[in-house]
Each structure stands twice: as structure tokens, then as C-alpha cells.
Design a protein around this ligand. Structure first.
Ligand SMILES: [Zn+2]
Length: 67
């Protein structure tokens, strides 16, 4: 089920962290980019600030994937 397609942040060029294919997170810029119809919208205008919950979710998923 998991696809290993990586997208880079349009601002800082680091690899974005995806969660449930709904958002692509940039933990460096503290922003997230939406996914619409399976296509990530990596445009500044669509970016939303990361919330505390988002960061917790990222950290949990990151732990699970490295264990
Ligand atoms: Zn970034």
C-alpha cells in the first residue's frame, strides 16, 4: 500500500513527510501542503501552518517507521 514517492518542499527543498496522503509536512518550515485527488499541491499559497497536533502525529509516525 505504501508508495515511496518523495516530494521536496518548494521553499527549503527538504523531503516532505507525508501522513495518510492527506498532507505533506515540512518540519523545517513548519508548514503543511494539502493533497487534492492524490496530487500534492506544493504551492506557497496553499500551505498551512503546522499545528501542535500535526507535529505530534509526525513524530509518532516517524517512530513507528524507524522501529
Ligand atoms: Zn520547507
Amino acid at each position: 500500500m505504501k508508495k515511496n514517492i518523495n516530494f521536496a518542499c518548494p521553499k527549503c527543498k527538504i523531503i516532505l513527510f507525508s501522513e495518510m496522503k492527506k498532507w505533506y509536512y515540512c518540519l523545517d518550515c513548519n508548514e503543511k501542503y494539502p493533497v487534492k485527488e492524490n496530487i500534492p499541491i506544493l504551492i506557497f499559497d496553499y500551505a498551512e501552518p503546522l499545528l501542535k497536533e500535526d507535529i505530534i502525529e509526525c513524530n509518532q509516525s516517524w517512530k513507528q517507521s524507524t522501529e
